[in-house]
Design a protein. Structure first.
Length: 366
């Protein structure tokens, strides 16, 4: 496996150019990951159990038109959260880890990397932790409520009420995910596997978060409920879902054993002293990558450095309240070039080991 990894990561830079050209081109072939590119592990993955289930959801009655006129009206389930899980053999004493994806993505973020390496979900399992990977409500296999779209089509709801479908362009992810300042111009120390950047593009899905799901987001309670069903868990969020572990912990602090915020879209400043005191009961780790002060290409959103500083302020509030919150900043450790998609970077397992060490030290066993 080591020789395969070296081969994968030391391919000529011309492959990066090919991937960049594919990103910039309007059409044509792309440099794609194939089954043959996926690295086989040296040792078998031994599981006690694996499977999937749903958390939450509610039954609603909808008309024939709301259902798309395919059949008569009736009841359907909405707002349920899909969860896929793996439990390693002998992992009963290790605290479960729940990994939640970011905007326009699904749980695939944590699975096999775009260039075929082991993802964090499998790696954490191999390190002894049961791992649970949801798709946010309204995304992926959790589905979304189609009624509002069908009502707009039928004219019974104003078109302005139709939710926005959010996607990132291939060009837009380069500055926002901090692969480089411009598409096709990576940072010299970039850790993202740019030869497989088109495989990341395939992970994008339409995101109906804005207006297409209820407020508050049902994913928050579903995460809290899932942690309760697991008799306690470490909740890990990324990007858009970065603050989700905080919100889930406020619903039921007793069910959350640790919170890991990976490149969070925000560390909210709105929390009251009472809420900070509640969050201070749970160990918190915030993780950021490199090149944070570069423009994101999204003028309506702050730079990642501004979010990093907001999280430092948040950590200070938790610490002042007697809690234990820490920042994992790889550049301070001499680790450079990590992107927003840090769980897919070429050194992703190095970062995973740092998080696992924190879990062992701050959370411990069941």
């Amino acid at each position: 496996m080591a020789s395969q990894r070296v081969s994968m990561l030391s391919r000529p830079l011309m492959l990066v150019g090919v991937a960049a050209a594919a990103v910039l081109g309007a059409a044509g072939a792309v440099t794609a990951q194939a089954l043959k590119d996926i690295e086989a592990a040296d040792k078998p993955l031994v599981l006690k159990a694996q499977g999937s289930f749903f958390v939450g959801g509610e039954k609603v009655e909808q008309t024939q038109g709301e259902l798309g006129n395919f059949g008569p009206g009736g009841h359907i389930a909405v707002n349920q959260m899909y969860v896929r899980y793996m439990v390693p053999r002998g992992g009963e004493r290790s605290v479960p880890v729940v990994m939640v994806h970011g905007a326009t993505l699904t749980g695939k973020s944590w699975e096999t990397t775009p260039d075929g390496r082991m993802g964090w979900d499998e790696y954490f399992v191999r390190k002894g932790h049961p791992v649970y990977v949801p798709d946010q409500v309204g995304r992926g296999r959790s589905g979304f409520n189609q009624a509002v779209f069908n009502n707009v089509r039928a004219g019974s709801t104003p078109s302005g009420n139709q939710p926005v479908w959010l996607r990132f362009s291939d060009e837009g992810v380069w500055p926002n995910f901090r692969f480089g300042l411009k598409p096709g111009e990576p940072f010299s120390d970039s850790q993202f596997p740019l030869a497989a950047v088109d495989e990341l593009a395939k992970q994008g899905v339409p995101d109906v978060t804005f207006g297409g799901i209820p407020t508050p987001n049902p994913t928050l309670k579903a995460l809290s409920d899932l942690a309760g069903q697991l008799s306690g868990a470490v909740l890990m969020g990324h990007s858009q879902s970065g603050p989700f572990p905080l919100e889930a912990a406020l619903i039921n602090p007793a069910a959350t054993k640790g919170l890991v915020l990976v490149e969070p879209g925000s560390c909210p400043a709105r929390y009251t002293p009472e809420q900070i005191a509640s969050l201070a009961k749970v160990p918190i780790l915030v993780v950021f990558g490199d090149h944070r002060d570069t423009p994101t290409g999204l003028p309506t959103l702050p730079t990642w450095q501004a979010r990093f500083e907001a999280c430092q302020t948040f950590i200070g509030r938790i610490t002042s309240a007697g809690g234990r919150a820490e920042m994992l900043n790889p550049p301070e450790r001499g680790i450079h070039g990590n992107s927003h998609m840090i769980m897919q970077d070429k050194n992703s397992l190095q970062i995973a080991d740092l998080i696992l060490k924190w879990v062992d030290q701050r959370v411990g066993k069941r």
